[in-house]
Design a protein. Structure first.
Length: 47
């Protein structure tokens, strides 16, 4: 897990609204903090 605060890096990932969650380079969530169920789903999709 890595917290990114560099605006250039955030924009390069395609994120326009924070907070955002990116898993394996794919934007999974923006504009909110996902709940436990959503986090589990996002991670399982990338395994």
């Amino acid at each position: 897990m890595k917290k990114v605060e560099d605006l250039r890096e955030i924009l390069a990932a395609g994120v326009m609204i924070t907070p955002a969650l990116v898993v394996n380079g794919k934007v999974k969530s923006t504009g909110k903090v996902p709940g436990k169920g959503a986090l589990k789903k996002y991670i399982q999709e990338e395994i």
